[in-house]
Each structure stands twice: as C-alpha cells, then as structure tokens.
Design a binder for this molecule. Structure first.
Ligand SMILES: Nc1ncnc2c1ncn2[C@@H]1O[C@H](COP(=O)(O)OP(=O)(O)OP(=O)(O)O)[C@@H](O)[C@H]1O
Ligand SMILES: [Mg+2]
Length: 281
C-alpha cells in the first residue's frame, strides 16, 4: 500500500540552480513528519510541489504522489482533485491568505460551496463545529467579523478551520506559528497536535526548530541546501544527531536573549567550518 504522501527522488532546478536534490519523504495516514532546516534550505519549495504551486519556471524530476495520485507534470484536472479533496496547507502569515474586505464566515465556507461539495447550510454547520474544535468562541459572531478585527492567533485558527472544511487526509503546515507571539504559538501548536491525533490527519510540519519538531512529530527529516541530510525518529535525532548540520542546528537553540539572527549566523558559521574540513556531504 502506498503512503498518503510519497515524495521520491524529487529534484527541482530553477535557471540551472539546484533548489531540491533527490528529496524523498513519506508521510503515512495519521502520521506527523517534521521537515526542519534553516532559511532558504528548500522546505517551502518541497511543500509547494505537493500542491503543484512551485514557480512556473521550476523544472522538476522525480515523483510526488498524494494518495497514489501523481502531481508532477500532470494535467490541471488531476492537480485540482488533489487540492480540493486530499491536501490543505497552512502558511506562516494568516493575514496574507485572507481578503481584508471579506467577512470571516464567507472566507471559511466559500471554498467548499464554490467547489459544489457542500451546500451553504451544511458548510455553516461544519464551520461552527470546527471553530469549536479550534477553541474559537462565539462562532456565529465571528462569522460576521472582518480579518482586521481578529488577533494573529485567532486568524491562524480561522485558517486551520478553512483548511479542514473539505476533510483533507493530509495537512501541510509551513511554519504556522512563526509569525505569532510565544504564548499564542504554544496554543496553536497544541490545537494542531490535537486535531492531527483526533482526526488521524497526515501532517508535514515545517519548522526551523528541532525541539518543536520533536514535540509535535514522530519522525523528522532534516534539510540542508535542498537535500535531506538526516532522517529518523524525532527524539533520537534530537538526542543523537548524526549529521554535523543537525548538531549545528541543535547547538543554535535560542539563547536567553532569544535572538534568531544570532542563532542562524552561528549555524552558518559552524557549517562553513564543517565544509572547510570536508566533513559534510
Ligand atoms: N520564486 C522563486 N524563484 C526562484 N528561486 C526561489 C523562489 N522562491 C524561493 N527560491 C529559492 O529556493 C530556495 C529554497 O527556498 P524555500 O522558500 O523553499 O526556503 P525555506 O527553507 O522555506 O526558507 P524559510 O525558512 O526562509 O521559509 C532558496 O534558495 C530561495 O532563494
Ligand atoms: Mg519557507
């Protein structure tokens, strides 16, 4: 039986630049897999290929299959089926995915109603049920609100509701809490984890944070310069990393001043040292 998501030997080039190199990632039904790496390593590009949303000039080889349906270089109709029935994606900044002039309720129900998969009454009932599941209070009042009236954490929960309206089997989460404040981050992570387990969702969870990866996923894939350099049980990777890049990421955990820039600079420095010694692949 094939996995829910099977990415096999995926390579992406843009104008002769290698963006992804022989990437293979599998996500089984109900499994949460983390994809971890620093900025620019290729995490978002990997997720975009699952929805065939990579830049037009990107050239792909290899295979990306969702529930056995191939999406690399396939007709628009086949890709539409995957997007509307099998996979949803949650992005870093919830505001960027919302039309500021549309009310929250319209945003949530329009996808499934327009696709003809649900009538307006059923869609409303489903939205209310999901809004309760993500702990949004007073769903009916929220329906009439505009995006600017909601906090970032509430908006991200609205995006999660929108993403689950069509009962996808696979949820792609691309740094879904990076744009939120720390308390809200923890709340949204807890909600995502709960939904993933209760609904047996397959999840590809993208983050630059190995600790967060270990807290939400059972398996972690570490990406460096477009390649998966390490893969295994999330706890094991955190405790016994085998690739120098993974160790560099772990050693660059937040310091008390919490400066992310300092962390990323230290990862880059460490990898430059490692590469100079010829240890890295
Ligand atoms: N539209 C584009 N056209 C050409 N190259 C791009 C495009 N978008 C991204 N890239 C390049 O692809 C590489 C991978 O980018 P990607 O967005 O996947 O990184 P990422 O791991 O998601 O980083 P971040 O943590 O900052 O989100 C980078 O070198 C980036 O410069
Ligand atoms: Mg990204």
């Amino acid at each position: 039986m094939s996995d829910l998501l099977s990415i096999t030997d995926l390579t992406m080039t843009i104008d002769d630049h290698h963006i992804l190199k022989n990437v293979s990632i599998d996500v089984a039904d109900g499994e949460c897999v983390a994809l971890v790496g620093e900025s620019g390593s290729g995490k978002s590009m990997t997720a975009k290929t699952v929805l065939a949303m990579q830049p037009k000039r990107a050239h792909l080889t290899g295979s990306v299959a969702v529930n056995g349906i191939e999406v690399v270089d396939r007709p628009a109709k086949q890709i539409r089926t995957v997007r509307t029935e099998h996979v949803s994606m949650i992005y870093q900044n919830p505001r960027s995915g919302l039309n500021p002039m549309r009310r929250i309720g319209a945003f949530i129900v329009e996808g499934v109603v327009d696709a003809g998969s649900m009538n307006r009454t059923d869609a409303h009932a489903k939205a209310v049920e999901l809004m309760k599941a993500v702990r949004l209070r007073d769903p009916d009042k929220l329906f009439d609100r505009y995006p600017h009236e909601l906090s970032g954490g509430m908006l991200q929960r609205v995006m999660i509701v929108g993403a689950l309206m069509n009962d996808p089997k696979l949820l792609l989460c691309d740094e879904p809490t990076t744009a939120l404040d720390v308390t809200t981050q923890a709340e949204v992570i807890a909600i995502l984890s709960e939904l993933q387990q209760n609904r047996r969702l397959g999840m590809l969870f993208i983050t630059h944070d190995l600790d967060l990866a270990a807290s939400i996923s059972s398996r972690t894939c570490v990406m460096y310069k477009g390649e998966i350099v390490e893969e295994g049980q999330s706890d094991t990777i955190l405790e016994h990393p085998s690739h120098p890049y993974t160790s560099a990421l772990i050693n660059a955990r937040p310091t008390l001043d919490g400066s992310r820039d300092v962390r990323l600079v230290s990862v880059a420095q460490r990898m430059a040292e490692v590469e100079a010694q010829g240890v890295a692949a």
